[in-house]
Design a protein around this ligand. Structure first.
Ligand SMILES: [Zn+2]
Length: 243
């Protein structure tokens, strides 16, 4: 089987109808499936594993979550995506079988790209592409344009993160530092005093005021004002629950 290299146009001769050939003329990493031959690229990581904790801290801060801690040894994993470039920003469709929500809406990182070369990912794990390009293009919908996608491996640090009392698996994208989780950890630990706590505190305050202010004409208005403030605090807590 012969086909032209999408990079240099040289004619490549292959025995098999699939796999990851390398162009003998320009050394481009390629991917071959029923849809044809496409470039096979990777993004080079810009962050080291020492950046993971600061990145997670910044993310927790933005989400209003308590400070995180790392509870597992981070692993660098390259995940495969079909990349579609049309009028809008490029879209990434997972090229392996996954239902985890964290991969559904990936922002494409600004990163240096290179042709996929096993030597570049020697010390990392690589998830193999198993979803055919045609299936990904169907999933991408009409906005993917008519052009077939490129196969792109994107590096992520996989790490267990403890936030408050919850432990969640997180994927820290190693080019932009963007953090992805399947679901936000519950923010119970970060939330302020709930309505019930406010009610109890207000009632206690009123009791103390009534006990300390013996004259009724002084105590009554003070207790009344405290009751009103407690009511406002509870109502505010119900209308604006903590995230
Ligand atoms: Zn070539």
């Amino acid at each position: 089987m012969k086909f032209p290299c999408p990079q240099c146009g040289g004619e490549i001769l292959l025995q098999e109808a699939g796999g990851f050939p390398v162009c003998p003329f320009c050394a481009a990493g390629l991917v071959l499936d029923l849809g044809g031959v496409r470039p096979h690229l990777l993004y080079r990581p810009r962050h080291a594993s020492t950046d993971i904790l600061p990145l997670l801290r910044r993310w927790c801060d933005q989400q209003g979550l308590p400070a995180p801690s790392i509870v597992s040894v981070p692993r660098l994993v390259y995940y495969p995506f079909w990349r579609y470039v049309s009028a809008g920003p490029p879209r990434l469709i997972p090229a392996w079988s996954t239902l985890k929500p964290r991969w559904a809406d990936l922002k494409i990182p600004e990163a240096e790209q290179a042709f996929f070369d096993p030597a570049l990912v020697a010390r990392a794990e690589v998830v193999e592409a198993t979803l055919p390009e045609a299936a990904a293009r169907e999933r991408a919908g009409p906005e993917s344009g008519a052009k077939p996608g490129d196969l792109l491996h994107v590096p992520f640090f996989e790490v267990g993160v403890k936030v408050g009392t919850a432990t969640v698996p997180a994927s820290v994208e190693a080019c932009s530092g963007q953090v992805y989780v399947d679901a936000l950890p519950r923010a119970a630990a970060a939330a302020g005093a709930g309505p019930a706590v406010r009610l109890v505190m207000g009632a206690l305050l009123m009791l103390v005021e009534a006990a300390l202010l013996p004259r009724a004409w002084v105590a009554l208005p003070v207790v009344f004002v405290t009751a009103w403030l407690t009511y406002l605090a509870i109502r505010g807590g119900l209308e604006n629950p903590s995230p």
